[in-house]
Design a protein around this ligand. Structure first.
Ligand code: FAD
Ligand code: MLT
Ligand code: ZN
Length: 455
């Protein structure tokens, strides 16, 4: 099949208006959120149903042309944008939201439904979504399953993997797999939905998801505390985690990140005292206001520490902005190298303090901003300065992470950014097992070529 024939088949599959070939219309689908990765697509198709997704995949399979599934395009490892003339399959029109099953606490949504829209539907029915993250207005539920997204509440509710009760997905050749609605107990062979979780668009296109919902936490309190160094902040996080049963989120950031956020997001410092390292803690309960419990724990940690606490929605939002707006503030300064990694909690402070040195050794002019979900051992190292294709700083940080016994990807995935590190992290045997799965599910290799395994 020629490209002209393929384009005709794609137009027949999704309709003329949902097959974008004009470069101006394709542009926003061709560059990732960080602007580090971009490529040209043969076309961007926007199917409106599972059948249309199947027709697109059948046509691309017949033509032997790669397909890049794309949700909200908020992914941070370059896996959602084309590299060499693939077809981008945007899921944003697959946003149908079924009624929440308020009795079971479950909902089925189209893969293209945004997290914020799903949260709104869940909350209106007296429930909530277990995963929350800063890109909530744009990130899609399908993309979040495909990346096994984590976010700020993993300590309490686990990552996306723990929310998945059922799925519908289309294989490369157009076959539809469906297990909806899901059931908490369902031991009928391989967990195919689990396999798709974290598969980054390489095994199938997810079209619908059934999510387990969580009880809402109406009473919340957020505190920000200043520390002299990362070790003190990590030790405090450990104590809060043990001693405050209602802890929902534990986040760490430093003065370098706070300066950027204040400059670019127009927010003010949490308190007058400057601190090298900050801890944000959120506690949540469905019954009593957790402020007193949190205040008492903070008092016990260090009665003299610089700290601020808010329990009203406006105050909590202001404090969360200090942490959540790091990503956009860094992006406003340049094109970042983003290293999302995990280490055992006992090595967390070493990584927070060692990452800027590791970067400086290979790129003395680079700026390193470190923050992350300290409750999960997850550090985000963002580096500004080196050109996008210079991987020296990426390699230096990931080398340090492996030395500390960590994982080269905590929650963002491998994408194209870390393909060179998959075998180092997981070992030959595990990657061979992954390749065998890929070959069985997508023998022609048309789904997200280059992602996970490289070319
Ligand atoms: P995309 O970026 O469109 O795609 C991501 C990957 O999934 C690609 O490989 C793509 O091919 C694949 N994919 C997308 N949809 C499908 C589908 N339907 N079927 C098969 N494959 C698919 N991530 C976290 O884990 N935790 C955070 O706290 C967090 N915070 C963020 C904050 C900001 C401001 C930003 C910009 C990003 C953040 N992210 C975070 C990263 C990002 O939001 C997540 O990775 C998210 O899950 C991506 O969803 P998406 O719909 O944008 O997917
Ligand atoms: C976050 O926790 O803010 C995100 O994962 C995004 C980032 O790494 O900047
Ligand atoms: Zn994160």
């Amino acid at each position: 099949m020629t490209h002209t024939e393929l384009l005709a088949a794609l137009r027949a599959a999704v309709g003329e208006r949902q097959c974008l070939t004009d470069p101006d219309l394709r542009a926003s689908y061709e560059t990732d959120w960080t602007r580090r990765w971009s490529g040209v697509a043969l076309a961007v198709v926007r199917p409106g149903s599972t059948d249309e997704v199947a027709a697109v995949l059948r046509a691309c399979s017949a033509a032997g042309v790669g397909v890049v599934p794309q949700g909200g395009n908020t992914g941070l490892v370059g896996g959602s944008v084309p590299r060499a003339g693939e077809v981008v399959l945007s899921t944003t029109r697959l946003a149908e939201m079924e009624a929440v099953d308020a009795e079971a606490g479950e909902v089925t949504v189209g893969a293209g439904a945004a997290l914020a829209a799903t949260q709104a539907a869940a909350r209106a029915a007296g429930w909530d979504v277990g995963v929350d993250l800063g890109a909530r207005d744009t990130a899609t539920i399908g993309g979040m399953v495909a990346t096994n997204a984590g976010g700020v509440n993993v300590m309490r509710h686990g990552p996306m993997r723990h929310q998945l009760l059922g799925f519908e997905a289309v294989l490369a050749g157009g076959t539809v797999l469906r297990r909806l609605p899901g059931m908490p107990k369902d031991n009928t062979g391989y967990d195919l939905g689990g396999l798709l979780t974290g598969s980054e668009g390489t095994l199938a296109v997810i079209t619908r998801v059934r999510l387990r919902l969580v009880p809402p936490l109406a009473q919340r309190a957020v505190a920000v505390i200043g520390f002299e160094n990362a070790s003190a902040a990590v030790a405090a996080a450990g104590r809060l985690r043990r001693e405050v049963a209602s802890v929902l989120a534990l986040e760490l950031f430093t003065d370098a990140g706070l300066d950027l956020v204040m400059r670019h997001a127009g927010v003010s410092a949490p308190f007058a005292v400057h601190s090298p390292v900050y801890l944000l803690v959120e506690a949540g309960s469905d019954a009593a206001d957790p402020s007193d419990e949190l205040l008492a724990a903070l008092e016990e940690l260090d009665p003299g520490a610089a700290a601020v606490l808010a329990s009203d929605p406006g105050g909590r939002h202001r404090l969360w902005q200090l942490r959540e707006r790091h990503t956009e503030a860094i992006n406003a300064e340049g094109v970042p190298h983003k290293l999302d990694v995990s280490v055992p909690v006992t090595r967390y402070a070493e990584l927070v303090e060692g990452a800027p040195d590791a970067v400086r050794n290979v790129s003395p002019e680079a700026r390193t901003i470190v923050y992350g979900h300290v409750g999960d051992g997850n550090v985000h190292v963002s580096v500004l300065g080196p050109p996008p294709d210079d991987e020296a700083v990426d390699d230096a940080v990931l080398e340090l992470v492996l030395e500390l016994g960590g994982s080269v990807s905590a929650e963002h995935g491998i994408g194209v950014a870390k393909v060179g590190w998959l075998v180092r992290d997981r070992g030959e045997a595990s990657v061979a097992a992954m390749r065998a799965l890929k070959a069985a599910w997508d023998p022609a290799g048309i789904l997200n070529p280059g992602v996970l395994f490289g070319s």
